[in-house]
Design a protein around this ligand. Structure first.
Ligand code: MG
Length: 348
């Protein structure tokens, strides 16, 4: 006889996690919790709920109109921040399942990791950092810290998404920038957070090649032959090689890593991409100048007219105004920034 189920679906899922996930995985029932304690959902675990909060946020929808790498000309097949985030999520879930880590936590971190990205990709990020510092030398802009700020304080009209500690920790620690990959103390506290950081690099270093080749900004013969030999010639072969390597090298679950040989290959590939694409060919120099001018002059304009900045109380001091202006500009899509520039700045 089958006894009637007395537990709610979330409790059943939590018990399944207990039985199926590795002991080193982050189990939803053992979360460090939220800043504001909230009654649990009867259907979803806390990490599933966080994933849904991110997916339904306005910041997430805006990723569709934010640059990944290519600003202009951009085609319908180029990655955006949204499709990049989805690809990071797919790779992270594949590896999480293979290693019996928590797929829901990896998914939530992956979907949220780039919520704080400024318009116009890293060219926009650099311009925003510089102009923000000119008003407040103690401040600065980095997209990972801004992603945390989005989920903690900016979303839902200043209330934030009230996510679990593990998701926020993973979002904050996802970026290594141009640095080589290494096990280090700046890593996320959970294996799922470490996994998303590595999958971010796996995803962009492969799909940016795909976009660059299709756009004719790089040619197959530009790539060092030993990198092609190690990773294969296609987006699929590169992902397969890197995913297989991470699963094999991380089996002991003491950390998420690549093998020493693949670490060398991917670091060289990253250096090649920075030298031959990100710094030189991803954005034509006259567009790069236009991006810096757009971000910088918009920032100056809002500093002069703070009443135009949403949510900013009258009479705020200069660092507070600069912080609010930075949040406002960072949250813009490429298209909205261009519209605001045309509306307020170009006519001055
Ligand atoms: Mg990313």
């Amino acid at each position: 006889m089958i006894l009637p189920e007395t537990r709610c679906p979330r409790e059943v899922t939590e018990e399944l996690e207990e039985r199926m996930l590795a002991p080193q995985a982050a189990h939803a029932a053992r979360t460090r919790g939220r800043c504001v304690p909230t009654a649990p959902c009867p259907y979803r675990t806390d990490y599933q709920r966080d994933r849904d909060r991110i997916l339904h946020s306005k910041s997430f929808r805006r990723l569709a109109a934010k640059t990944q790498v290519f600003v202009a000309p951009r085609t319908d097949h180029d990655r955006t921040r949204l499709t990049h985030s989805l690809e990071v999520c797919q790779v992270a879930r594949t590896i999480a399942r293979a290693l019996r880590l928590n797929e829901d936590l990896a998914e939530a971190i992956a979907l949220g990791h780039d919520l704080g990205h400024s318009p116009f990709g890293h060219a926009g990020e650099a311009a925003l950092d510089a102009v923000y510092r000119s008003y407040d030398p103690d401040a600065g802009f980095h997209h990972a810290a801004q992603s945390l700020r989005v989920v903690e304080t900016l979303e839902r009209d200043g209330v934030g998404l009230n996510l679990t500690w593990e998701v926020r920790d993973g979002i904050l620690h996802h970026s290594k920038g141009a640095a080589d990959w290494a096990d280090d103390t700046a890593a996320a506290s959970t294996l799922e957070g470490q996994l998303v950081a590595l999958c971010d690099r796996i995803a962009y270093s492969s799909h940016d090649i795909d976009d660059a080749l299709r756009a004719g900004r790089l040619a197959p013969e530009d790539f060092p032959p030993h990198l092609v030999a190690a990773l294969g010639p296609t987006h699929s072969s590169r992902l397969t090689a890197m995913v297989h390597d991470v699963i094999t090298a991380s089996r002991d679950l003491t950390a998420i890593r690549m093998s020493p040989a693949m670490t060398v290959v991917t670091n060289e590939l990253k250096d090649f991409m920075y030298t031959h694409l990100y710094y030189v060919r991803s954005i034509p120099s006259h567009i790069r100048v236009r991006i810096a001018e757009c971000i910088t002059r918009l920032f100056h304009y809002y500093m002069a007219y703070p009443a135009l900045v949403p949510g900013l109380a009258p009479g705020a001091d200069r660092p507070t105004v600069a912080r609010a202006v930075c949040d406002h500009v960072a949250g813009m899509t490429d298209t909205f920034a261009e519209e605001q520039y045309a509306r307020y700045v170009a006519e001055e």
